[in-house]
Structure formats: structure tokens, C-alpha cells
Design a protein around this ligand. Structure first.
Ligand code: GAR
Length: 192
């Protein structure tokens, strides 16, 4: 299963995927390319360190979302992916993009969806006084963070938590959740 990862920032989830792959834990999945919408994304360095081909399609270079998404599709498709993995990719994708990869596009989101779609998930969970936060891997559809849920993991919220401490605990859970879902998809244990 050829995987293209899309990133925008730190790439710590990408690092987790690379670590699982390096330890032969990623099933039949192989990360064949990492593409960013920001040339300065530290995640590109993570990919370079693992000798994974990288590319950048900078959203600033395009007049609108549609033109950007079509350039992104063109570059992604040069790598012939079976699965496109959003790993901290912080751009909203057009319906055209989502339709093009229907059934081949997944995302990880830092909340227990359907709670807290969009941004500032940890702040909202803390403000609501929730006892649990978490992360969700889901299929991507044209409605933001609303596609079918593949798997979720809960993490407890501690009384003394700040956004930063909660973010760190959720990220830590993501580093097992995302690779395990991708492994199971590649082994046919989850249906595409
Ligand atoms: C992760 O927490 C991921 O769930 C979140 O961004 C972070 C990326 O971290 N994604 C979203 O909020 C998507 N809407 P990373 O770049 O270090 O992997």
C-alpha cells in the first residue's frame, strides 16, 4: 500500500509512522512521499532524514483553493498512492480533491469526534470541563471532520491540565493510533 503523507507543520505524527515502518510494524504500508503546503514545515526535514522523497505545493502560489488543490493532486498522483494520509495538514480541501481520493483519504483529528470539529479542540474540551479528550482517525469527506470514524482513542483530562499538557498527552496517543490504523488498512483488517 503506497502512502503519500500531507503535512503542514511539525511532522511528529509522520515521525511515528516512519518509526513504525523502520521497525517493520506498518504492515504492507510504505510511505513513498511527503508533501507539504509550506516549504518551511519542519516535517519535511523529518522525511529527508528518513530518505523519503518530499515535495512542496505552496498555497501562497495559487489564486484560489481550487487551483491549489489541482496542483496538489497532480503532484500527489506522480507517486501513485493507494492511500493519502493527512498528518497535521492544516488546509481545508475542496470537494473536487476529496472526490478524487474518495475512499483513499484519511485524517487524524485531535478530539473525540463528533465533538470539537475544527480548531482549538483542547481549549474547548478544557473549557467544557470534559473528563476525557482524545484523537480520531476518520475518512475525509467534503464536510470538515465529519467523515466516518475509523478508530478513536481516549485520554484522560487531569485537573491541572493546560492546553499544552493536554496536547502533549493527546499527541502521544496519536503516535500509536495513526500507525496502527494504517497497518490495519494495509493488511485489509479495515475495509477501504
Ligand atoms: C496533531 O495533533 C493532529 O491531530 C492535528 O495537528 C497535529 C499535527 O501534529 N491535526 C489537526 O488538527 C487537523 N485538523 P504533527 O504535525 O506534529 O504531526
Amino acid at each position: 500500500m503506497r502512502i503519500v503523507c500531507l503535512i503542514s507543520g511539525g511532522g511528529t505524527n509522520l515521525q511515528a509512522l516512519i518509526d513504525w515502518q523502520a521497525n517493520d510494524l506498518l504492515g504492507d504500508a510504505k510511505i513513498v512521499a511527503v508533501i507539504s503546503n509550506a516549504a518551511a514545515a519542519p516535517g519535511l526535514g523529518v522525511a529527508n532524514n528518513a530518505a523519503i522523497p518530499t515535495g512542496t505545493v505552496s498555497h501562497d502560489d495559487f489564486p484560489n483553493r481550487s487551483a491549489f488543490d489541482h496542483a496538489l493532486i497532480k503532484l500527489i498522483n506522480t507517486h501513485e498512492p493507494d492511500l493519502v494520509v493527512l498528518a497535521g495538514f492544516m488546509r481545508i480541501l475542496t470537494g473536487d480533491f476529496v472526490a478524487h481520493y474518495d475512499g483513499r483519504l484519511i485524517n487524524i483529528h485531535p478530539s473525540l469526534l463528533p465533538k470539537y470539529k475544527g480548531l482549538n479542540t483542547h481549549r474547548r474540551a478544557l473549557e467544557a470541563g470534559d473528563n476525557y479528550a482524545g484523537a480520531t482517525v476518520h475518512w475525509v469527506t467534503s464536510e470538515l471532520d465529519a467523515g466516518d470514524i475509523i478508530r478513536q482513542v481516549e485520554v484522560p483530562i487531569m485537573r491541572e491540565d493546560t492546553e499544552e499538557t493536554l496536547n502533549a498527552r493527546v499527541l502521544d496517543a496519536e503516535y500509536t493510533l495513526y500507525p496502527s490504523v494504517i497497518r490495519d488498512l494495509s493488511l485489509g483488517l479495515i475495509k477501504c
